[in-house]
Design a protein around this ligand. Structure first.
Ligand code: GLA
Length: 380
């Protein structure tokens, strides 16, 4: 078993304490799964394209034991407990847990009732995959407790099924893959078609760089229409071109529809940008990817139309203050941006981002440093 992340251990101990307090018993084990940022490759996952996430050192930690009924406890806010005799119809935050158990059963990995206590520090609603972290933590816990060896790529698909079919959010497989498959110190180059992947070293410190994550504090929205509408545009464009997914569209393809052309251009250029990013990182030149990050943002803003005033403000202010590159990360419509910055300029960039938000009357962004952390793992 790989050495658990120390921060994950701390979170898991809090989950264990909550477990003892709420259920009056000992958990059988502790597991943790991280949130993520996506370095580049946005909205490409459901087009069977390329993504490049890394795990953040924020985890959903779960303390779990087998039980007679389903009992879910979260320390979030003042704490809440949900009890259910069956897996159907569980709502709210517990749906991510119940949905994952349901998806395991549906996928031929039978699991029975458990008690779960969750303690997570993945920022909620910030587009940093707090829900995928929950799903993945409970998935590896249930697999361990019920004796299933599940390949991590298949596990990502199962967690995605929970999100798509149980929770009802039509997302791709980026977030769950990131949480389950990323490794410490690396950014993962993943082909969402066949799950072939490569862990590419991402050593910011070697170049005196930092990656800022800027949580705009404007909640991102998925279940409601816009994300699904982008997916539908991509499917329609692929259908009209007669290709299975936009990943397969010829570079010079055009359709008699201006909006679909822009959607398609984003996907095709974004896949190319991921490949270029991989090539530059492999040459050991993190600073060299700055322009690609910014080009990705422009494409998401103008062609894919998934940015927001808050995200544009953060990206523009970061670039204006000297960031080497900046972009929204994740689904968009709020959530978080990332900025690649020389360490010496970090304070200046942070101040500029906060000031720009204040000038526009936007919520005060929360800024922190990212590092490439470990993927989902058993803690104890
Ligand atoms: C959200 C979804 C992912 C992916 C990104 C955009 O995070 O959950 O599947 O589509 O948006 O890249």
């Amino acid at each position: 078993m790989p050495t658990p992340d120390l921060h994950a251990v701390e979170l898991a101990e809090t989950a264990a304490a909550a477990f003892r307090e709420v259920f009056g018993a000992e958990p059988e084990g502790l597991w943790a799964a991280p949130g993520r940022v996506n370095l580049i490759g946005e909205h490409t996952d459901y087009n069977e394209g390329f993504v490049m996430p890394f795990a953040l050192p924020f985890y959903a930690a779960v303390a779990v034991a087998k039980s007679e009924t389903w009992e879910f406890h979260s320390t979030y806010g003042e704490g809440s407990t949900v009890r259910a005799d069956a897996l159907e119809g569980v709502e709210g935050w517990a749906a991510y847990l119940a949905g994952t158990a349901w998806a395991l059963n549906e996928s031929g990995y039978p699991v029975g009732p458990v008690r779960v206590a969750v303690h997570s520090d993945v920022p909620h609603g910030a587009g940093l995959s707090s829900s995928a972290a929950l799903e993945c933590a409970v998935l590896i816990a249930l697999a361990d407790l019920y004796g299933h060896e599940i390949d991590r790529a298949e596990a990502a698909r199962i967690a995605q099924k929970a999100e798509n079919e149980y929770v009802g959010a039509p997302t791709g497989v980026l977030d769950q893959s990131a949480s389950l498959l990323c490794t410490e110190g690396n950014v993962m180059f993943l082909d969402c078609r066949d799950f072939s992947r490569e862990q590419v070293p991402f050593d910011l410190a070697a170049e005196d760089l930092v990656m800022l994550v800027i949580d705009t504090q404007a909640p991102h929205r998925h279940v409601d229409g816009e994300y699904g509408a982008r997916r539908a545009d991509c499917e329609e464009a692929a259908r009209r071109l007669g290709v299975p997914f936009l990943r397969d569209a010829p570079k010079d393809a055009t359709l008699d529809d201006e909006r679909l052309n822009r959607r398609m251009r984003h996907i095709l250029t974004e896949n190319d940008r991921v490949l270029e990013t991989v090539a530059i990182l492999k040459r050991g030149n993190v600073a060299g990817i700055g322009d690609l990050l910014t080009a990705s943002h422009v494409s998401l803003r103008d062609d894919y139309e998934v940015s927001s005033v808050e995200l544009d403000s953060a990206v523009d202010a970061a670039l204006g203050a000297g960031a080497l590159g900046a972009r929204m990360t994740g689904g968009g419509f709020g959530g978080s941006a990332i900025a690649l910055v020389e360490a010496a300029a970090a304070a200046k960039v942070e101040a500029a981002v906060v000031e720009a938000a204040a000038d526009k009357g936007l919520p005060t962004p929360r800024v922190f440093f990212a590092r490439a952390a470990a993927g989902a793992h058993r803690v104890i």
